[in-house]
Design a protein around this ligand. Structure first.
Ligand code: COA
Length: 160
């Protein structure tokens, strides 16, 4: 049984993340979408909200489940008995940072393999912060996120 963890802050989940998760689910027996607390980033959505948005976005994928986590990613992956970390790689600017994280995670847990899935061109420059900014300015985010995420963003900014 090959079990992978796809970690991230998912504030909120986008079609770019979904592309990585879907492709990982075709390669692995089971994929756990690990939603990090990332409290240092002061996320717009709470941890439970981010996990719920990710759950709804992935409910059509039978071998994918969503779990929130706090603390070290390698500890979470071990606890879940995962063998693989899957990360998306977008523009070249991601490389240095991802390389550093993969190297650190390898040092912390040599049994965990990090693999990267290249984003397709249409998601190369997509990020959650771009989506949040567009939504905060009243622009449509329909091309970038599933409809339930667009609605959640709309009501988040309407209440501010
Ligand atoms: N498509 C679209 N956007 C993507 C993407 C993709 N395929 N992959 C990443 N992104 C974007 C995110 O939307 C986010 O955008 P934003 O910062 O503009 O809002 C950005 O890239 C960073 O993604 P994030 O989800 O915050 O992930 P990260 O690569 O910074 O790593 C964790 C987050 C949770 C994996 C990492 O912080 C972690 O492991 N935390 C646990 C603590 C730990 O173990 N630390 C030691 C790590 S070595």
């Amino acid at each position: 049984m090959k079990r992978a963890v796809t970690p991230g802050t998912f504030d909120p989940i986008t079609y770019g993340h979904l592309d990585v998760i879907t492709r990982a689910s075709q390669l692995m027996d089971e994929v756990i979408v690990a939603v990090a607390a990332s409290s240092g980033k002061s996320p717009l959505f709470t941890l439970e909200e981010r996990a719920e948005l990710a759950r709804q976005a992935t409910r059509h994928l039978p071998n994918v489940r969503v779990e929130p986590f706090e603390g070290l990613l390698v500890d979470f992956a071990r606890q879940q008995e995962a063998q693989v970390l899957v990360k998306g790689l977008r523009a070249i600017t991601d490389f240095e940072y991802e390389f550093q994280m993969a190297a650190l995670n390898y040092q912390l847990a040599t049994e965990l393999e990090t693999i990267f899935i290249m984003s397709p061109p249409q998601y190369m420059y997509l990020s959650s912060s771009i989506v949040r900014e567009l939504a905060s300015l009243g622009s449509s985010v329909d091309p970038f996120v599933p409809p339930h995420v667009a609605r959640a963003l709309e009501s988040k900014f309407a209440n501010r």
